[in-house]
Design a protein around this ligand. Sequence first.
Ligand code: ARG
Length: 392
Amino acid sequence: MPGYRNAPVPAWDPNEPADLAEAEEFLRLCYAEQPRLGPVEPRLAVIRAQVAATGSYVHTTEELTWGAKVAWRNASRCIGRLYWRSLVVLDRRRARTAEEIYALLVRHLCTAGDSSTVRPVISVFAPAVPGRPYARVWNEQLIRYAGYRTATGEVVGDPRYAGFTAAMQALGWRGKGEAFDVLPLAIETPMEGVRLFELPERAVLEVPILHPELGWFAELGLRWHAVPAISNMRLRVGGMNYPLAPFNGWYMGTEIGARNFADPDRYDMLPVVARRLGLDTSRESTLWRDRALVELNRAVLWSFERVGVKITDHHTESDRFLAHLRNEARAGREVPADWSWIVPPMSGGATGVFHRYYHEADQRPNFYLDPQASALASGAVCLLHGPAQCVA
Ligand code: ARG
């Protein structure tokens, strides 16, 4: 599909009734891939009647479970899809209050990451229904670190969240002011507006970053959380929309070592690591950045392995993704994939996923990031309208 890579997210109107054609396509696929669910026709008749009467319909837990798994299978930016069937789907459609949602998000994190393993989990909250406002979480991920902009314009912590941190402060939150302060959850419900909740320590598994040989690495004071849980993407299944459906997998080391710690607009650690390594940084051709990158990424992988927290490296994950492509071809399915996201951010050409092209398509079910959701996660909406409007 030409132009797909930069194609905008299909516009979504929360007041639109469920798309019947998409519902039918989804149900047929769902029942065809899982014969134990029985014939689809009677089920389709029920759904048509529900949509005609209410503009919406209700997925069975089995349909929702399968829909969430296939949304992962269709996530073209994800290299980790070999295990799409293993996704743990928590049906949380009945939660309404901010307190209930908060308690279930804490349970999500405790299920996803305990000291012995990291499990892929999704918690699916109530779908959007025409004419009714819905609950959402403003945070981009359930666990992220604050970024505090100082008077000189520098940022202590993660600069990516400087805007969101300022928004949380405008709502009354006070962080410690350190480099790895876990941000509060901003949970917005129709009844209560936005409310902030602090995550308990037991929900936030973290790993201190050390190096297998370089003792001074500990002095950098780096740490990272074990569970990446995206919380602002809308799950779309069978023409229905679930605006609150946080999901997580486990980390691939480069996400932390080659992006979160390395990007100049994130923790920007390459110059620091290169200096401690005693590298010649006066010219690019000494490849000081690349050498620092390798040590930083060794440190990340080794540190997670040291404390027994699940993580994977980009070579292993590249091989697994190629295995996934073979499995799916055998099942007669296309695997939509976005080369620019699948290829790891270091040593691209040393991994198998680099050396080929992919099927580019928007297949559903899937996950979408809406412009309003990213504006909330950047803090822009809150700061623009003022905190008074935020606490509606
Ligand atoms: N790259 C993001 C981060 O560093 C996480 C994206 C999802 N990653 C995953 N392994 N499921 O936090």
